[in-house]
Design a protein around this ligand. Structure first.
Ligand SMILES: Nc1ncnc2c1ncn2[C@@H]1O[C@H](COP(=O)(O)OP(=O)(O)O)[C@@H](O)[C@H]1O
Ligand SMILES: [Mg+2]
Length: 411
């Protein structure tokens, strides 16, 4: 028996691979002795969707949410348990609902990041609202789409202001493409964004709490081959910058499980997409990096519940903007200051000390699990559920080989 029992809720959609992995690792972790000297056991439970009284007390101390960005009943449940019961959430439904990609561009531009030129254009088609015709006739200013695009410059990307999963994203090279993409945008609100051309590398970083993995990403490849295993594809300085940008975005918006996409050209880092409420962590995407992601998720969530870390809903934007607005600071100095604020928000030092003292065995637990039959069957079942029958052999070999490489590198 542990002195303290904690329950983590998993709010899930269609995924089964990482939840099974996470559940298995929590079971294997067993009892953790906390800094308070007491024994803690952390269990998990999949959240079900049902009527809830606004005065109900939830069983969970922390919820990992993978659903609320499109499924509204559980979203409202998350808001309730956050506002009323101080349940710790990965991620905050408040900022993800109100601060989507567009707001993230705005805030990061003010903070001095190299966000490409971006313009928001009005809807192509009328909104389904009886007041639209009157309002549009009175206030919608005629605009010249070609002139707007010319300001941004070709090639450019047209993409939804709140986008995700590449839906509705197109690369535009000329006026014809511009008009056909805009006509097709219908009732989706679109950005025009200057393309970062001839970049050297696409860095995609997954951040969980104060841990970040920067991975080399190849968007032109099919899903299973997008993340390339490469440990030295960025210089130390650029790597540090990519990590700082990722942590800055997360600390600023209180996002604790998020992926950030940056295009690197020479020594310049251009962040292009960094508001992902539900970042891809499928074993069939992350493969080699999957054990890292599970370790980080395990360590951060256990740290939060065992130390009783308090959720922070307020955004503290003025401290960030004071740095961003200060003309005496260089870009590098600003990044240094942002890194300091992010470390403060994530309690990076206290977290590292906690991992060092109380979660020493996590690496060994993860290693044992990755080399176990339990993990192999998880991989087999995921491959079978993901690909057509004639591709099972090929993908089992592909992912099996990448996992073997992880095992070799970590034995
Ligand atoms: N400004 C840009 N410069 C170059 N490539 C871009 C740019 N914006 C988007 N892309 C390409 O389009 C893809 C999808 O755009 P992104 O903004 O990431 O949308 P989503 O939120 O749907 O993932 C990116 O992964 C990248 O390959
Ligand atoms: Mg993207």
């Amino acid at each position: 028996m542990a002195d303290v029992e904690h329950t983590i809720g998993l709010l899930l959609g269609t995924e089964d691979d990482w939840p099974r992995a996470y559940e298995a690792l929590l079971r294997r972790l067993g009892i953790v002795t906390g800094p308070d000297g007491r024994s803690h056991r952390v269990g998990s439970e999949r959240v079900t969707i049902e009527p809830f009284n606004l005065r109900d007390k939830p069983r969970h101390e922390l919820v990992i949410d993978r659903l609320a960005y499109w499924y509204y009943h559980p979203r409202e449940w998350l808001k309730k348990i956050s506002l009323m019961d101080d349940v710790y959430l990965l991620n905050s439904p408040f900022t993800f609902q109100s601060m989507e990609k567009h707001a993230a561009y705005c805030a990061m531009i003010r903070l001095g990041l190299k966000v490409p030129e971006t313009v928001l254009v009005p809807y192509k088609n009328p909104l389904d609202n009886s007041r639209y015709a009157y309002t549009a006739a009175r206030y919608n200013k005629e605009f010249d789409l070609d002139a707007t695009a010319a300001q941004v410059g070709y090639p450019l990307f047209m993409k939804p202001y709140d986008g995700g999963a590449w839906v509705g994203v197109s690369k535009i090279r000329n006026s014809d493409e511009l008009h056909s993409a805009y006509d097709a945008s219908g009732e989706r609100l679109m950005h025009l964004q200057a393309a970062v051309e001839d970049y050297d590398v696409f860095a995609r970083s997954l951040t969980i709490g104060p841990e970040t993995m920067v991975m080399k990403f190849r968007p032109e490849q099919p899903m299973h081959a997008r993340y390339e295993v490469d440990h030295g594809f960025l210089t130390a300085d650029v790597g540090h910058e990519v990590v700082t940008i990722s942590r800055l975005v997360n600390a600023f918006f209180r996002w604790e499980f998020n992926s950030c996409e940056s295009l690197v050209r020479g020594t310049d880092v251009y962040p292009i997409d960094y508001a992902n409420a539900c970042p891809d962590v499928a074993v069939t995407s992350l493969h080699y990096y999957f054990p890292w992601a599970m370790s980080a998720l395990l360590r951060w969530t256990v740290f939060c519940v065992v130390t009783g870390r308090k959720p922070r809903l307020d955004m503290d934007t003025s401290r960030y903007f004071a740095i961003g607005d200060d003309p005496s600071l260089s870009y590098a100095e600003k990044l240094g200051e942002y890194r300091r604020l992010a470390d403060e928000y994530f309690e990076t030092e206290r977290y590292e000390e906690f991992c060092d003292k109380h979660l020493r065995n996590v690496d060994a637990i993860v290693y044992d699990w990755v080399t176990s039959e339990e993990f192999r069957s998880l991989l087999r079942e995921t491959v079978r559920a993901t690909y057509p029958v004639h591709e099972h052999e090929k993908f089992l070999g592909h992912f099996g080989g990448l996992i073997d490489a992880w095992v070799r590198d970590h034995s």
